[in-house]
Design a binder for this molecule. Sequence first.
Ligand code: HEC
Ligand code: HEC
Ligand code: HEC
Ligand code: HEC
Ligand code: HEC
Ligand code: HEC
Ligand code: HEC
Ligand code: HEC
Ligand code: HEC
Ligand code: HEC
Ligand code: HEC
Length: 353
Amino acid sequence: MKIFKKTSNPMFWLTNAKYFQGLTLICVLLFQVNIYGQKKEKTCIECHKRTIKKEILHGPASDCISCHKPNGKKHPVEDIESFTYLEEGADLCFSCHDEEKDAIIKNKYVHKPVAKGECSECHEIHSSNDPKFIFAKAPDLCYFCHDEIEKIIEESTLVHSPATDEDGCIGCHSPHSSSRKKLLISGGRELCLSCHDKTITVDDRKITNIGKLLEDSKFVHEALEKSCNACHDPHASNNKFLMTTSYPTGNYAKGTEENYEMCFECHDADLLLEERTKYATEFRDGDRNLHFLHVNKEKGRTCNNCHSLHGSSREHLIPETVKFGKWNMPLVFKNYEDGGSCKGCHKEKRYTR
Ligand code: HEC
Ligand code: HEC
Ligand code: HEC
Ligand code: HEC
Ligand code: HEC
Ligand code: HEC
Ligand code: HEC
Ligand code: HEC
Ligand code: HEC
Ligand code: HEC
Ligand code: HEC
């Protein structure tokens, strides 16, 4: 009561101004502590600096709750599971990337990690130094899971350079999905001809323009109809010319079945092995097998002497010239209904079935 009386008297305030000032100061101080306390409540980024540390931010990255949904638990005190995702797996990504959805997963062949919704196996989610938010460029990105391919490439004597170039793997394979087997980005031989439609020079060597060769060929080897992989490994090989299996490419080699494994994956080896035959080959004089005669010996003449493996302007894939070192020997071949004849290594010799 006393105090009330006193404070209701204006003189009280004037005479006790110094106490009043002190009280105000305390109030202001208390108020400031309160503000300070609120400032202390950190934002997501203050505690999780690492998430947005890298150069390029993923579009929504700074808006954490566009993907992480609080579930009511106090964060991070109670336990760390105070957030769930707005959607699970790939659905989370497609909730914004709906335009890309079809291109990424609506194909016949879907890359396993994509099908399982494991986008973050390859993509960084919050920030990245790569504009496509991938952890590393191919081939390293791919080797992370495909050590079998890395091993083949490391252990082979001949490596196809696009396989190890930066982004090389995705020059032939889609990282997500494809309408074609093995996630290939284009079909059969078109994939290869996208580069092999010109002469490629490596060191001093000129690699044949296969695209042009095929354009100029009246007869194309049917082995190429499906793709080039029947004979070449697209990644690496221990055989010359990236051959999948053994095949001698010089002018002479021992005429055994093993040496010509590549051809006999599709053709019957009897065309080479039967000395006398009426069925195994059309290259015969009566029943004398001329494949056997030319090829089947210690220093046999290889198939290359008479066949151009990709295509030719002549029947039976017979080339117009045969390479002997630097010399291109003209080979004159005539095709008859019951046989043929050749002039080149020898005077014209004819065979008749
Ligand atoms: C006061 C610091 C702090 C703040 C503020 C904070 N976090 Fe955390 N957060 C942590 C700690 C500590 C962990 C547990 C360790 C870790 O995983 O980094 C954690 C874990 C997480 C995890 C992982 C949970 C899991 O299941 O693995 C997510 C997601 C997360 N925080 C999101 C957020 C979001 C979103 C915000 C803002 C709304 C936020 N945090 C604010 C400290 C904080
Ligand atoms: C585009 C959706 C998205 C946004 C936006 C997002 N996150 Fe995440 N976050 C994820 C996904 C998905 C994972 C799980 C990643 C994984 O599987 O490796 C994750 C994991 C985490 C983790 C645990 C693993 C880690 O990387 O440390 C933390 C912490 C986290 N996020 C915090 C945040 C914070 C903080 C923000 C805002 C700055 C944020 N997130 C924004 C999708 C998102
Ligand atoms: C909340 C919306 C949202 C979610 C969810 C989201 N993104 Fe994004 N994402 C964006 C935006 C916005 C951009 C920036 C687009 C631009 O720059 O044109 C982007 C860009 C990207 C890019 C680069 C795109 C390009 O064309 O260069 C990739 C890759 C990507 N996001 C992957 C993912 C993945 C993987 C997930 C799922 C973990 C995901 N995003 C989830 C909104 C989202
Ligand atoms: C095996 C690794 C891998 C997985 C898994 C993966 N991506 Fe990608 N993603 C890539 C690569 C590599 C690129 C860059 C492609 C390029 O540069 O042409 C890319 C690019 C993208 C882009 C940019 C647009 C484009 O096509 O170039 C988006 C969006 C994207 N990915 C979303 C996703 C989503 C969503 C998932 C999960 C459903 C996913 N990715 C899973 C490797 C992957
Ligand atoms: C996160 C792991 C992972 C990464 C990273 C990855 N892959 Fe795969 N990939 C797989 C799995 C799992 C399979 C399925 C293997 C199986 O079924 O035997 C597969 C299969 C494949 C196939 C064969 C598909 C088929 O139809 O047989 C190709 C081609 C392929 N991956 C290419 C790539 C390329 C190119 C990259 C890099 C851009 C890459 N992968 C990165 C996990 C991965
Ligand atoms: C010049 C094109 C080309 C390049 C570059 C390339 N590939 Fe391939 N890859 C192919 C073709 C073609 C096939 C299918 C071979 C077959 O069916 O015989 C294939 C098959 C595969 C397979 C499936 C293997 C199997 O036995 O089923 C995987 C995995 C693969 N490639 C991964 C990679 C990786 C990783 C890289 C990068 C280091 C890469 N490829 C680079 C063309 C390429
Ligand atoms: C991205 C361009 C590119 C694509 C696609 C490509 N190649 Fe090549 N290829 C090259 C280059 C460059 C060389 C030169 C030698 C090297 O660098 O490996 C070459 C060399 C070759 C050689 C000769 C190797 C030697 O040293 O004698 C063969 C055989 C070959 N490629 C087959 C193929 C086949 C089969 C395909 C399709 C599966 C293919 N290439 C697709 C670029 C390509
Ligand atoms: C029937 C097996 C076979 C098929 C199928 C095949 N090749 Fe070849 N390729 C060979 C042989 C054998 C050589 C070795 C040199 C020669 O005889 O021309 C070779 C050599 C090459 C060379 C190296 C040429 C040089 O001058 O160094 C390239 C490049 C090449 N092939 C690309 C292709 C492409 C592209 C395709 C698909 C359009 C293909 N090959 C299909 C058997 C084949
Ligand atoms: C992927 C399967 C395949 C492989 C490997 C293959 N070929 Fe063929 N080849 C065929 C087919 C199919 C034909 C057309 C049908 C026929 O004449 O037998 C053909 C036709 C030919 C012809 C033309 C026949 C004619 O009378 O017109 C010759 C020559 C030939 N192959 C030689 C070879 C040689 C040499 C090899 C080994 C370097 C080889 N082929 C490897 C599938 C193959
Ligand atoms: C001395 C030349 C010569 C050599 C070497 C040669 N061929 Fe032939 N080949 C021919 C002629 C000529 C024909 C066409 C026969 C006919 O139909 O009149 C032929 C036909 C073929 C055919 C069609 C089927 C058949 O037998 O009639 C195949 C397949 C074939 N050769 C594969 C090979 C293979 C594989 C090699 C190496 C192991 C080889 N050739 C070596 C000249 C040769
Ligand atoms: C690389 C050199 C070479 C080429 C190319 C060649 N031949 Fe021969 N040919 C020979 C030799 C050498 C003989 C003798 C027999 C032997 O010593 O093997 C022979 C023998 C023959 C004989 C048997 C003659 C006899 O009376 O004994 C005939 C028939 C024949 N060749 C036809 C052909 C035809 C047809 C072609 C073209 C498709 C051809 N040759 C291409 C080297 C060649």
